[in-house]
Design a protein around this ligand. Structure first.
Ligand code: GRF
Length: 223
């Protein structure tokens, strides 16, 4: 198959971001290297200054901003977001540092086709500010989780986790940096499984290679 044909037939991935976009970059790199089968076809941000928009454009990927301030209310905003996404008819929607909760039409349209990366070992520490909360609680372990998105915040079926031991001298900043390293491993892996047809959501479980995952696949730091 020629490269041109591969480009047009590869499953299309849309990515929602709000900021730096290092996880987006990991996906762009994996797609460029051929380590995942799909291609990032569209990046949408809710913030015009998100550095991830620039990363997308540098990679030749359509990048648009859909600003909440230009829409009256959450429902109208989500409808506009859905319109932007459907322009590319993606088969998978990835939330990679998108700092808004989706509850309406996007969630319905992409049910079972929507992955999020969260910086904690879910179900522990859903929500914001996870690195500081983990340190304050004196936890020994921390990490990141890729999970399917459902209406319950950070509570959809878990697919894969990266796990690291918290160090005595860790700060929220060092932990964030160490967790990011793992995020860049597990997010492309989960996305690759999905676009290869190996990963699916069945009800409240993730299914990998036909087997329901009672626990997420775990990647240990340093392995
Ligand atoms: C990551 O820590 C991710 O887990 C969280 O937001 C952060 C995004 O980082 N949801 P980046 O924009 O991909 O660098």
């Amino acid at each position: 198959m020629s490269a041109a044909v591969q480009t047009t037939t590869a499953p299309r991935i849309a990515v929602l971001i709000s900021g730096e976009g290092t996880n987006l970059q990991a996906l762009l790199d994996a797609a460029a290297a051929g380590t995942i089968g799909g291609r990032v076809a569209l990046v949408v941000s809710d913030r015009p200054q998100a550095r991830g928009l620039e990363r997308a454009r540098q990679a030749g990927v359509d990048a648009v901003c859909v600003r909440p301030a230009e829409h009256t209310g959450r429902v109208a905003y989500e409808a506009a977001l859905l319109d932007a996404l459907l322009a590319q008819e993606p088969s998978l929607l990835v939330l990679a540092g998108f700092m808004r909760v989706l509850r309406g039409p996007v969630l319905e349209r992409f049910a079972g086709r929507m992955l999020n990366i969260h910086p904690s070992l879910l179900p522990s520490y859903p929500g914001l500010d996870t690195h500081r909360r983990v340190l304050e609680a004196g936890e020994r372990w921390h990490g990141a989780t890729v999970h399917f998105v459902t209406p319950a915040l950070d509570a959809g079926p878990r697919v894969i986790q990266y796990r690291l031991a918290v160090r005595a001298d860790d700060t929220p900043e060092t932990l964030a940096a160490r967790v990011h390293v793992g995020e860049h491993i597990i997010l492309p892996r989960a996305v690759g499984w999905f676009v290869d047809g190996r990963l699916a959501q069945r009800g409240d479980q993730a299914v990998l290679d036909g087997r329901p995952l009672a626990e997420p696949v775990t990647v240990e730091a340093g392995t």
